[in-house]
Design a protein around this ligand. Structure first.
Ligand SMILES: [Mg+2]
Length: 356
């Protein structure tokens, strides 16, 4: 399984509407495609989802790093993919979206060559999963319309972005709870609160009858005391997202009991380090979410393989294809209700992006 050549290309798609969170917004999908080809012509595809307003990474840096790593990959044998990928890891310091794309392309080519779906590299069977759907920052009527629409389509878990206007956010959460009766409510504050203001927020919600199942990244990513305080006193699961951008951060967070859940994203840790964070979290009794940046069907499907094979994720947040227009939104193993079934997936990831 020798790598013959590679390509680095822009991967762009329009969005259905802007994807707004506390720290910024996406107006389009502006990612990077990494394609490799083995000597026998077998391709492998990887995607880097660059979220500049969250991670500080850029498309230019991601393309440059993938070109450099791709050049070094030519002539290498990928059949022992684990040691190969570990040897390349340091090339992607500070650019984990590029690391994810690099690993994704190698794993796609390897599993295609082995004639197995990608999930088979991570487990014995493909667990079925349903994704939540995100209600982005917006007006009260927008929150209501989104909740009604997706509840009607069959979604039963809603992740509500909060953090720009707390009073309005309370109303938005209540609106979603009304429009999606009995659905699970997840709150993602993207670092916008303090522990004190978040406890007040949760108390107000509780007084109105809404108790979220999970609270994601309530405070600044390095506010470990704030996270620990919420984990002790919020009475619900407190999940690290921005706080856990690497295995090192996961060790730090879990050893001091700052959180009791972790959101793992390929764009933060790649596959191999992501797997190590999973093992660590399990050992510490923490619950797991699989999440994503603004990813097209390629990376979303790859993340679904990873999660389905490992089979340990309780919270599935792989919904971004529902926010994208065009062919990059088409996900072969995901239905309109948000259910993934990879049990009969083709070899590899099973997604071949068409780029001009
Ligand atoms: Mg998040």
């Amino acid at each position: 399984m020798i790598v013959k050549t590679f390509q680095v290309l822009p991967l762009r798609a329009p969005l259905v509407s802007p994807f707004r969170i506390a720290t910024g917004q996406h107006d389009e999908l502006d990612n990077v495609l990494f394609r490799i080809e083995l000597e026998d012509g077998m391709p492998g595809f990887g995607e880097a989802a660059v979220a500049s307003h969250i991670t500080g990474e850029t498309v230019a840096q991601t393309m440059a790093n993938l070109k450099e790593a791709g050049t070094a990959l030519i002539g290498e044998d990928i059949s022992d993919f684990r040691s190969l990928l570990y040897s390349f890891k340091e090339k992607f310091d500070g650019n984990h979206a590029a690391l994810a794309a690099f690993e994704m392309a190698v794993l796609d080519a390897f599993s295609r060559a082995m004639k197995v779906p990608l999930w088979r590299l991570f487990g014995e069977k493909a667990v079925k999963m349903s994704t939540d759907i995100t209600v982005v920052i917006g007006s009260l009527p927008e929150a209501g319309a989104a909740a009604k629409d997706f509840f009607h389509r069959g979604f039963r878990s809603f992740k509500i972005k909060v953090g720009r206007e707390p009073e309005l956010d309370i109303e938005r959460v209540l609106m979603v709870a009304r429009c999606a009766p009995k659905a699970a409510i997840i709150i993602d504050a993207n670092q916008a609160f303090t522990a004190t203001s978040m406890l007040k927020f949760l108390k107000e919600l509780k007084a109105k009858g809404v108790i979220p199942r999970l609270l994601e990244q309530p405070v600044k990513k390095d506010d470990w005391d704030g996270l620990a305080r919420l984990t002790r006193s919020a009475g619900i699961l407190v999940c690290a997202d921005e706080s856990v951008g690497s295995l090192k951060a996961a060790v730090f967070a879990l050893q001091r009991g700052a959180v009791n859940a972790v959101n793992i994203k390929l764009m933060k840790s790649g596959f191999l380090e992501g797997e190590e964070i999973v093992r660590l979290a399990r050992a510490k009794g923490a619950r797991l979410m699989i999440g994503a940046m603004m990813e097209s069907s390629l990376a979303i499907t790859a993340a679904a393989h990873f999660a389905a094979g490992l089979g340990v994720f309780e919270f599935i947040d792989l919904d971004t294809t529902f926010f994208i227009k065009g062919s990059l939104a088409r996900s072969p193993y995901l239905n309109a209700r948000g259910a993934f079934d990879l049990s009969k997936a083709r070899p590899g990831i099973g997604v071949q992006p068409h780029v001009r």
